[in-house]
Write a new protein. Structure first.
Length: 154
């Protein structure tokens, strides 16, 4: 069997003011909420910078207990390039762990799976390579917002 090859791309830390989440309520698809992203930072060997305010996570809690995420962000690199980052994924945990998470409790990293697939867009010449890069991520819960370790698929 062929092995999937990857390399670390960057670590992304988001600042999410959870108290400002907008609840849309129970919809036919599940419980919908929108979590604003106030900022953050990212760093890796080939890119680093800040997360610009104005992004958000369109969260959907499905009836089967899985939480789907749909995040859209604008990034500003340290050398002034603007990047658009979008990623989708899921937060999965046993029912009792998800109940604790929904109450705002801090979970151990081994109690859940937060996985994403990401895409970049940019017109900045120095970062055009990102436009065709396939990226996957592993997320971890933090008090002020999630931390993602993003990997480039080679």
């Amino acid at each position: 069997m062929v092995q999937l090859q990857s390399a670390p791309l960057m670590v992304l830390d988001l600042d999410v003011p959870f108290a400002e989440m907008l609840s849309i309520g129970a919809t036919p698809a599940g419980r919908r909420r929108i979590a604003p992203v106030a900022g953050g930072s990212f760093s890796g060997d080939r890119l680093r910078g800040t997360v610009l305010p104005g992004g958000a996570d369109w969260v959907l809690n499905r009836a089967d207990g899985v939480m789907l995420i749909d995040v859209r962000l604008a990034l500003l690199t340290d050398d002034g390039a603007r990047l658009y980052l979008t990623y989708q994924g899921s937060f999965r945990a046993p029912d009792d762990v998800m109940a604790r998470f929904n109450r705002g409790e801090r979970l151990g990293d081994d109690e859940y799976l937060l996985r994403t697939v990401a895409r970049f867009e940019t017109g900045a010449e120095a970062y055009r390579w990102l436009n065709d890069t396939i990226v996957v991520g592993i997320g971890h819960q933090r008090a002020g917002g999630p931390r993602y370790h993003l990997f480039e698929i080679l």
